[in-house]
Write a protein that binds this ligand. Structure first.
Ligand code: GLA
Length: 402
């Protein structure tokens, strides 16, 4: 089995250098990245992968299936080629039991038909919003579908999360998914070849899921790929995430207008409900009268990540599940992260194991370039030109705080 090392990932993430000490130290940092006690064999019966047979189907004339990833410590993940989606992610809690920490459905039919359409999806061609669905590349204007009035969201009507990718299991612990987005698809220019690889790893510290993104185009285009996993570190569908502790490696964020398009300003988080520089309960300021909170109906904002101090991945976020003791660290090469607190969850979409997707029972940490970058020259560019290779990696690392 081709294992990746958690320790290697942590080192690659530059956690030790970019987190420094003092208030920069991530919640759960060194002291909580303790070994999962391998003698504890407890197993949460609801934390099992969905039946693969329920994913073998045909969508848009193409076959769909479920890929299972396993590691030496028994952490597991399931990925479907419909939308290149992360369906399940089973990691150990403080008692050694496996917990499924991502929301998802137990059959392909539900992914195609349910109301909540982004669970675990690879989002593209442009993750997040493009104002009024319009942008220019090389002086030429392009128009996208307005699927989140008055803006275009997450690639349009049928983004990368709603198309069938070609999957190939590489090893017991990794799967590669490819997709060719044709010139003009959803209004975007250029034939774009995309490759996403999920790799699960483990060592004495815990488990890690790494996502590598790669893309090339034959015409200049814009691109912003991310994964839209909905996390609940106490277990999917297990209740509010408001008591999870969140820490972000960000002292600034991009405030938005009432349609959630960044104003273009980059403002300090200090003294606002957006200050997660030290571990803070997600819900502690979630209903404040701050106008930005009103616009987002809670948290639905892009944070500007502090620059990393070396090559490799940069620490972005740390979250602690208040009941499970599961600590998730996010590391990325992206300059921003969208923190979405499940404000549009309605409870109508039945999750795996009969659980419910109730209001604010999951959060997303979408590593990304900033929203509406194609129309904000001051933001890091999202243009991809022919002959260049888009490459970016994000990792989610799991350990426990006992
Ligand atoms: C993103 C957006 C949110 C919402 C969710 C999906 O996080 O920023 O506004 O659309 O996706 O519901």
């Amino acid at each position: 089995m081709n294992k990746i090392s958690f320790a290697f990932l942590v080192a690659a993430a530059g956690l030790m250098t970019s987190c420094g000490g003092g208030s920069d130290k991530p919640a759960g940092g060194d002291s909580t990245a303790k070994a999962v006690d391998s003698t504890v064999k407890a197993f949460d019966a609801s934390a099992i992968l969905p039946d693969s047979a329920s994913f073998r189907s045909t969508v848009d004339g193409k076959p769909t299936t479920l890929y299972v990833l396993k590691t030496s410590n028994n952490a597991q993940a399931a990925v479907t080629n419909y939308g290149a989606r992360l369906v399940s992610l089973l990691v150990h809690d403080k008692k050694g039991a496996l917990i499924d920490v991502v929301d998802g459905y137990d059959s392909i039919g539900k992914y195609v038909n349910q109301k909540e359409t982004y669970f675990g999806a690879i989002v593209g061609r442009y993750g997040n919003r493009i104002a009024k669905g319009k942008f220019k590349v090389n002086g030429k204007g392009y128009t996208l579908a307005i699927n989140n009035a008055p803006n275009s969201l997450h690639g349009g009507t049928k983004g990368f999360g709603a198309v069938v990718w070609t999957g190939r299991q590489l090893t017991d612990s990794s799967v590669e998914l490819t997709y060719l987005s044709k010139d003009g698809e959803e209004g975007y220019p250029g034939n774009l070849s995309v490759k996403v690889t999920y790799t699960l790893g483990a060592d004495a510290n815990g488990s890690a899921l790494k996502i590598d993104y790669e893309a090339t185009t034959d015409k200049a285009t814009v691109l912003n790929l991310t994964n839209h996993a909905y996390f609940n570190l106490n277990g999917q569908g297990s209740g509010t995430i408001n008591n999870h502790l969140l820490q972000l490696n960000a002292d600034t964020y991009t405030p938005v207008d009432s349609t959630l398009i960044p104003t273009g300003k980059i403002e300090p988080v200090a003294g606002t409900p957006f200050d997660f520089q030290t571990p803070t309960a997600i819900g502690s300021r979630i209903d404040s009268s701050n106008i930005q909170i009103k616009y987002g109906k809670g948290y639905d904002h892009n944070f500007v990540l502090k620059a990393g101090k070396g090559p490799g991945l940069n620490w972005a976020a740390t979250v602690l599940g208040d009941q499970s003791g599961i600590v998730m660290q996010v590391a990325t090469q992206e300059p921003g992260i969208q923190f979405y607190g499940g404000n549009f969850m309605t409870g109508v979409s039945p999750l795996k194991a009969g659980k419910k997707d109730d209001y604010r029972t999951a959060f997303c940490l979408e590593t990304q370039h900033y929203p509406n970058s194609p129309n904000q020259p001051s933001f890091p560019t999202t243009e991809l030109k022919p002959g260049k290779v888009y490459k970016t990696t994000t990792a989610y690392m799991f350990s426990v705080k006992k």
